[in-house]
Design a binder for this molecule. Structure first.
Ligand SMILES: Cc1cc2nc3c(=O)[nH]c(=O)nc-3n(C[C@H](O)[C@H](O)[C@H](O)COP(=O)(O)OP(=O)(O)OC[C@H]3O[C@@H](n4cnc5c(N)ncnc54)[C@H](O)[C@@H]3O)c2cc1C
Length: 465
């Protein structure tokens, strides 16, 4: 049910894809006077967020351009924008074509988002305006439904509604080290911190902990920057993101089911499909994409836990795939021996002054082995357990019981309309969210194709249209 009274001020905290898109929709849809405060703590991330603030040409989107429109009802919006800048994009060393099937630079996508926001601002009705803030939202009070927001700088602003678009947080520290190691200058806990590249370039070897998309970003960045050292990668199962390949969509026929064994049955169905078709698994995974949220919601907690325990890593590396050109670059790095793959569990890190000694227990064995690197980068994936986050705002909201983690600690407890649910179990009338914090409720909610629809719907909800 849409919220009734019409707000005059809405604060959107976080200007990544989620926050930027909600703000753009609010500006476009509002007919009555409205101020949208869009607040981003890092200048370089305004209208870009973590994913699209990269300045590397070879950090490519992992979704083809034809499916990266910011607008669910205008699927070619991004493609048209990109084609209008074709020559500029073709100058990038990792771009071979600008077509619906092309994987374009994330940096360019950041430019696109900034343009979407500018255009929404220009086209807004009279007395509908955007106010841009660079600063960290640090605390929030709600008094008789009115929100009083405080920034870390001490500035304050008032709003009728607020959207928490806080997105991706830095990964939690990997296990295997004593706390002192995490303070070492040789350890980079935040893989997205701006100083990491310069520090790594002065080393002769490094270890990337985790083998997901952040690891891929680092391997590619170092290669592009002319790094000659060894790049070690460790992960428990040794699974890396798979590569995209064109395929024909299929019908899998997996129905939503809350029954015991639903996860096992679904897996059997996929395996049977792959076996019978004698070919590629990709069409089977892609067939699940439009129904993943429905299937996830139907599972219930116990089956969801089973999925997370047994299949999460497999899902992640088959679902979040690599642009073929990036996969080819990684293969070349493995072949040349620059990229060294370790499969096992980290037993310890020890900062020996002029290097870090890493001890790894090989997967499926009691044997451990040691090697030395000059630096360690934590690429273990965004931390989703809100109780562990180092965010003043999150701590404040948890302390006031205005938000609570979802039962799987994948994000926050959220109602169907995007309202945040507090510790008393009631959906807020003034606090909302979208994107990654909805992971517990929806599972697939971190990529553009999922978030763009949420942003459009949330704007309608917030305006009470
Ligand atoms: C490296 C990377 C690559 C990706 N590539 C793709 C891709 O190719 N295609 C795709 O579809 N998806 C991709 N994704 C998924 C991506 O998560 C989504 O596409 C989307 O960018 C998420 O946007 P967001 O705004 O929710 O989060 P974020 O991008 O994390 O933005 C949240 C913003 O909130 C700010 N913030 C947090 N707390 C505060 C505070 N207290 N006060 C003020 N500001 C605050 C942060 O600084 C940040 O800029 C990628 C993700 C990552 C991490």
């Amino acid at each position: 049910m849409a919220t009734t009274s019409s707000p005059q001020t809405i604060a959107v905290i976080g200007a990544g894809f989620s926050g930027t898109l909600v703000a753009a929709h609010l500006l476009t849809q509002a007919k009555a006077p409205l101020t949208v405060h869009l607040i981003e703590r890092e200048h370089s991330r305004f209208a870009r967020g973590v994913a699209y603030s990269t300045i590397e040409d070879c950090h490519l989107l992992n979704v083809p351009a034809g499916n990266m429109s910011a607008f669910p009802d205008d699927r070619e919006h991004f493609l048209r924008w990109a084609q209008a800048r074709k020559d500029e994009l073709l100058d990038c060393p990792c771009v071979g074509e600008v077509s619906a099937a092309a994987y374009l630079p994330r940096r360019a996508y950041g430019d696109y988002l900034a343009a979407v926001l500018d255009e929404a601002e220009r086209g807004a009705a009279p007395r509908v305006r955007l106010q841009r803030w660079i600063g960290e939202a640090a605390a929030l009070k709600i008094d008789s439904g009115a929100i009083d927001l405080r920034l870390a700088s001490g500035e304050r602003l008032q709003a009728d509604r607020a959207v928490l678009a806080l997105g991706n947080f830095r990964p939690g520290d990997p296990s295997g080290a004593d706390a002192a190691f995490y303070g070492s200058a040789r350890y980079h806990g935040d893989p997205w911190a701006p100083e990491v590249l310069e520090r790594l370039l002065s080393t002769e070897s490094c270890l990337l902990v985790g083998s997901g998309l952040t690891m891929v970003d680092w391997a590619i960045t170092l290669r592009q920057a002319g790094y000659r050292g060894s790049i070690h990668v460790v992960s428990r199962r040794g699974l890396w993101p798979q590569r995209h390949q064109p395929g024909v969509p299929v019908e899998l026929g997996i129905e939503p089911s809350g029954s015991k064994g639903a996860v096992r049955k679904g897996l059997r169905r996929i395996r049977a499909f792959v076996r019978d078709s004698g070919g590629d698994w990709r069409p089977a995974i892609d067939a699940l994409r439009p129904v993943t949220q429905t299937l996830w919601k139907s599972l219930g907690l116990s089956e969801q836990r089973k999925f997370l325990r047994h299949l999460r890593t497999f899902w992640d590396c088959h679902r979040h795939r690599l642009a073929p050109g990036i996969a080819a670059r990684l293969d070349a790095m493995l072949e040349s021996g620059q990229l060294v793959r370790h499969v096992g569990r980290i037993r310890s890190f020890a900062d020996r002054g002029d290097h870090v000694e890493v001890l790894i227990r090989r997967r499926g064995s009691d044997q451990s082995y040691a090697f030395n690197v000059d630096a360690v980068v934590n690429c273990s994936g965004s931390e989703s357990d809100y109780r562990k986050l180092d965010s003043a705002l999150v701590k404040d909201l948890l302390g006031q019981r205005l938000i609570q983690p979802d039962p799987l600690a994948l994000g926050l407890d959220v109602a169907d309309n995007g309202a945040l649910i507090g510790a008393e179990g009631r959906a807020s009338e003034v606090l909302f969210t979208l994107g990654p914090p909805q992971k517990g409720r929806l599972w697939e909610t971190t990529a553009v194709p999922e978030i763009r629809g949420q942003a459009a719907r949330l704007a309608v909800e917030l305006l009470g249209n």
